[in-house]
Write a protein that binds this ligand. Structure first.
Ligand code: FUB
Ligand code: ZN
Length: 647
């Protein structure tokens, strides 16, 4: 049964939740993000479509032709990467749609329309939509939610459909996906006759909330709520499902449902476990539902999980999930550097989660982490030329890690693309009488506060320096509270309005400084964030980082690359007293601030044919340069280290 959505404007911001800025109303017309957003729009989006074509991803939509041989073999779990090709073009459509909203492009729209037409044609009469099962194994649909990603793929198509509808007003894709959701509603739930399942790879939950925010159809919210509430209930649906397939549930390849955060009900979970991307998508949906259903129990669970993640399991770069074997978490404080998995998708998804948390609880502890992933563990996932990628974001290398043009499992490129093409929404949020500034970087924004309209111009060299100038334009004098994040890394901030200092201590709440006043057209706010070079040390339980130090300036984590040093950075010993000076280098990959200093390097004289000896190596002074971590591996291949040994 297909139901037309009732398209209504988004619910006005209630008293609790902030509403993110419309990304298309935030223009990066200078500064750090201008070239990144332009590169992603003009290079990343078109080349990704090309790769999707070249690599045969779009062929899965040729429903009229027999399915060809597998391009990706079946893995021990029963999953082929090809099972979820739909998700990759779903994410690409989403990323492309965000650019369409600001830069209409008929050719790009035509590429999307072509995909949509094929999806519509292939959709089954009952609304089912998944190219793998329709073409290859229709009889097996909905028989293995544990392994085969059916709803994960549909979730990404759904997010793409919502973004495309919002960008163009075209309903076709949205209607296709609403029919698919209707089918899921008819199939899953607690009602008699329905399957009591939920997909092991979370994604559809947050996509359904996005859909609900467009349609306001309570069934869409109810379905998302059901999936989150049902997760981890015992007896496990996955056990029952495996038995129905004639399998022994004990033979499960990943051995535990913690892999999918389905080992216990979500509200009881206190430690972040399993596959990192799945966890972040689940927690994003939990944050959404905490708000939509006014459910403090989900918010409390998110708070506990956030504390666990950030207190025990997060890389200094914002990367997460150290292990390749489960693409996720192992034991607490296990943060190896050279073998870090730290998938780009996971860092991007941590951005999604922290952003959502900040909308329901404006606390800089969330937006500080959003900023960390943005400048480090997520941005490292894409090259400066916009068409090469990292899947794994290691913190140390001996030169074996290179960026690739496309990946065997290319989930990450489209994820970083959709993050950057919708970046504006992460900068600001509003509610009735408040405007919150979460991130800093030059841009011009148009924001609505209730029925008022505020234009805001932000000018800064951030993250290369901490001086930020905000200029407000209002049609008429207007009273509201401006909240500015004072980053957790900043120990010395100064704030003024039209030259008059603001007492920061008295104005701070949860890491945001509040200025409530009647704003006049042309009012100017200045924020000066002192940005010395920080030496960062890891908790003693992180054995990999013992005796090591990382360098950070403002939100940017640094690394040393062999190509600058002329040797392996692992051999450096940084004296505690070494002076480190920032210098802006306009010639480094589009311009960046580097850190320069002198360290000691362990020499190899006298070590010919000697592996061990009783005398330590001699140390000699060596000037070195550290570059922003996100820029590494954009030049010659070579070793790299974020954590340097201390002398
Ligand atoms: O399984 C779908 C996606 O591919 C996951 O989110 C990534 O970790 C990669 O395995
Ligand atoms: Zn990925």
């Amino acid at each position: 049964m297909s139901t037309s959505p009732r398209i209504q404007p988004a619910r006005p911001a209630g008293p609790q939740r902030y509403v993110p800025a419309d990304h298309s109303r935030v223009t990066f017309d200078g500064g750090f993000w201008q070239s990144w957003t332009e590169t992603v729009r003009t290079v990343t989006i078109p080349t990704q479509h090309k790769r999707l074509e070249e690599e045969g991803f779009l062929e899965v939509l040729d429903f009229d032709k027999p399915a060809g041989p597998l391009a990706r073999p079946i893995q021990p779990s029963g999953l082929s990467m090809q099972h979820f090709f739909d998700s990759d073009f779903g994410k690409w459509i989403e990323a492309a749609s965000y650019t369409l909203k600001t830069h209409p492009d008929a050719a790009l729209e035509a590429q999307i329309d072509e995909i949509v037409a094929k999806l519509e044609k292939g959709q089954m009469a009952d609304g089912y939509l998944n190219s793998w099962f329709i073409r290859r194994e229709p009889e097996k649909r909905w028989t293995n939610l544990r392994d085969l990603h059916e709803m994960y793929s549909m979730g990404h198509l759904l997010e793409g459909a919502v973004a495309y509808f919002e960008a163009t007003g075209k309903r076709r894709f949205l209607d296709v996906m609403i029919r698919a959701v209707d089918h899921i509603i008819d199939t899953f739930g607690r009602e008699p006759g329905k399957l009591r399942g939920y997909d092991a790879h979370e994604e559809i939950e947050l996509a359904l909330v996005k859909l609900y925010r467009v349609t306001r159809d309570p069934r869409h919210l109810k379905l998302a709520t059901y999936f989150v509430d049902e997760r981890g209930q015992m007896p496990s649906y996955y056990d029952e499902e495996a038995k129905k397939r004639g399998e022994n549930p004990a033979d499960y390849v990943f051995t535990t449902y913690a892999y999918s955060q389905a080992h216990m009900p979500v509200r009881e979970q206190t430690q972040v476990v399993g596959h990192a991307v799945r966890a972040m998508y689940l927690f994003s949906a939990m944050a959404d539902l905490a708000h939509e259903n006014d459910d403090p129990t989900l918010k409390e669970a998110c708070d506990r999980l956030f504390d666990n993640l950030t207190g025990r399991q997060l890389y200094v770069t914002g990367g997460l999930g150290p292990s390749a074997s489960n693409e996720g978490f192992t034991r607490e404080f296990d943060l190896p550097n050279e073998t870090a998995y730290a998938e780009t998708c996971a860092a991007v998804a941590l951005g999604f989660w922290t952003h959502r948390m900040a909308q329901i609880d404006l606390d800089a502890k969330f937006t500080d982490k959003l900023e960390t992933v943005l400048f480090n563990g997520a941005l490292s996932g894409i090259s400066r030329d916009g068409e090469h990628y990292f899947y794994e974001n290691v913190l140390e290398s001996h030169g074996q890690h290179r960026r690739w043009k496309w990946h065997y499992c290319p989930c990450c490129p489209t994820n970083i693309a959709r993050f950057i093409t919708s970046l504006g929404q992460y900068f600001y949020s509003t509610r009735e009488n408040e405007l919150a500034v979460h991130l800093y970087g030059t841009n011009s924004a148009e924001l609505s506060l209730g029925n008022r309209f505020v234009r805001l111009r932000q000018e800064t060299n951030y993250p290369w320096d901490g001086d930020i100038r905000l200029q407000l334009a209002v049609d008429r004098p207007s009273r509201f509270t401006l909240r500015l994040r004072i980053p957790g890394w900043c120990r010395n901030a100064e704030l003024s309005v039209n030259g008059a200092p603001v007492d920061l201590e008295r104005s701070m709440t949860s890491g945001y400084a509040a200025i409530e006043r009647e704003w006049q057209n042309g009012d100017e706010v200045r924020l000066a964030l002192a940005m010395p070079v920080d030496r960062i040390y890891a908790h003693p339980a992180v054995s990999e980082d013992g005796g090591r130090v990382a360098l950070k300036r403002g939100p940017v984590v640094y690394c040393v690359e062999e190509t600058d040093l002329g040797g392996e950075p692992q051999r450096l010993r940084l004296p505690a007293s070494a002076e480190l000076s920032p210098r802006y280098d306009a010639n480094l990959l589009g311009g960046a601030t580097v850190l320069e200093g002198t360290a000691l390097e362990a020499g190899t004289e006298g070590w010919e044919n000697v592996l061990y000896r009783t005398a330590p190596p001699s140390l000699r002074e060596r000037p070195f340069k550290a570059i922003p971590y996100h820029l590494w591996a954009n030049r010659e291949a070579g070793a790299m280290a974020v954590w340097l040994h201390e002398a």
